[in-house]
Ligand binder design. Structure first.
Ligand SMILES: Cc1cc2nc3c(=O)[nH]c(=O)nc-3n(C[C@H](O)[C@H](O)[C@H](O)COP(=O)(O)OP(=O)(O)OC[C@H]3O[C@@H](n4cnc5c(N)ncnc54)[C@H](O)[C@@H]3O)c2cc1C
Ligand code: FES
Length: 283
């Protein structure tokens, strides 16, 4: 973050745009910094987010989908809301257009705590973005040996709604991780798992010993997945979630995102389930 002026967006330009889904309302934007000094100074961790600015329109918080091990670019996967001011404007942007990036913001997944242990990644829908960042980070040659078994369970409504399809295939081919991809309902070409994420977590039954589970998804998925993990023996402090609250400043100043005494933008967005249980029931 620019410490002199935390409201000043860093200038980037769009290098690549990838359509992620059949509904064409999810795009991944690859951004490159316009100034090499900004690129050198932008150090982020898996789980952090940034405020993306469409100049003349506004800004909105988006999780960083690339990994700190990806050099020279940042990636963000953005869902376009038909009535969404910034996400709609972002989706109308083309390669070469300038985008502002204010960040990195928020805390991150507890990677140091996860080192030496097994990692279970559970994701649903388009909330998979910062989990993808984490998987890329763990799989990097410099990092893979620091972590134990890596299990990914990821689900979407239909095959066409799965993000990062090529990358998922590559993960499924790897021998040093387990990848379980599921859809609520398959089509005639779908040969993978069918069923909701909590059911697949129950079937895969990851072991809680020396393990941390990172869980991101829509509220309904969290509601049914967390009890499964608790039932499997994961302590609340080893279940880690990321929250997506409405936000404004992103730096703990405006009071827009607080739950009790915690600001989701500054103290989060990553919280253990144990921490969430201690917060007032405002979610
Ligand atoms: C930490 C964090 C990480 C996020 N990461 C991603 C990401 O990786 N990809 C992504 O596509 N989105 C992500 N979001 C959600 C994203 O910020 C909102 O979709 C965006 O702010 C909408 O902006 P807008 O100007 O297009 O919509 P607005 O004009 O502000 O609103 C359009 C519609 O979206 C609803 N809306 C707006 N913000 C939210 C929200 N946070 N939760 C629920 N409904 C909302 C409004 O009620 C309205 O119906 C993240 C949010 C947070 C806080
Ligand atoms: S968004 Fe302003 S305090 Fe969190």
């Amino acid at each position: 973050m620019n410490v002199k002026n935390p409201y000043r967006p860093i200038l980037t330009s769009i290098e690549k745009v990838t359509f992620e889904n059949d509904a064409k309302d999810l795009k991944t934007f690859r951004l490159v910094f316009s100034d090499s000094e900004d690129a050198d100074n932008f150090h982020y961790r898996c789980g952090q987010f940034a405020e993306l600015t469409v100049f003349g329109v506004g800004e909105c918080p988006i999780g960083i989908a690339s990994s700190p091990t990806d050099e020279g670019f940042l990636e963000f996967t953005v869902k376009r809301y038909p009535d969404g001011l910034v996400t709609d404007a972002l989706h109308n942007c083309r390669v070469g257009d300038h985008i502002g990036v204010r960040g990195p913001l928020g805390n991150s997944f507890p990677l140091e705590r996860m080192e030496g242990g097994n990692v279970i990644i559970v994701g649903g829908g388009f909330a998979f973005t910062t989990l993808r960042s984490t998987v890329r980070y763990i799989l990097h040659d410099q990092n893979r040996s620091k972590f134990g078994n890596l299990t990914v369970i990821y689900g979407a409504r239909s095959p066409g709604e799965l993000l990062y399809k090529e990358e998922l295939k590559a993960w499924q081919d790897r021998k040093d991780m387990e990848t379980h991809i599921t859809v609520d309902k398959g089509d005639e070409n779908w040969e993978g798992l069918e069923g909701f994420v909590p059911t697949i977590v129950e079937q895969v039954a990851p072991k809680p010993d020396n393990a941390i589970a990172l869980v991101c998804g829509p509220p309904i998925m969290l509601k049914f997945t967390i009890p499964v993990l608790l039932q499997l023996g994961f302590p609340p402090g080893d279940i880690v979630n990321s929250l997506e609250m409405r936000m404004k400043c992103g730096i703990g100043l405006c009071g827009r995102c607080n739950i009790g005494s915690k600001y989701v933008c500054r103290d989060g967005p990553v919280f253990t389930y144990e921490e969430l249980q201690a917060l007032p029931a405002e979610l």
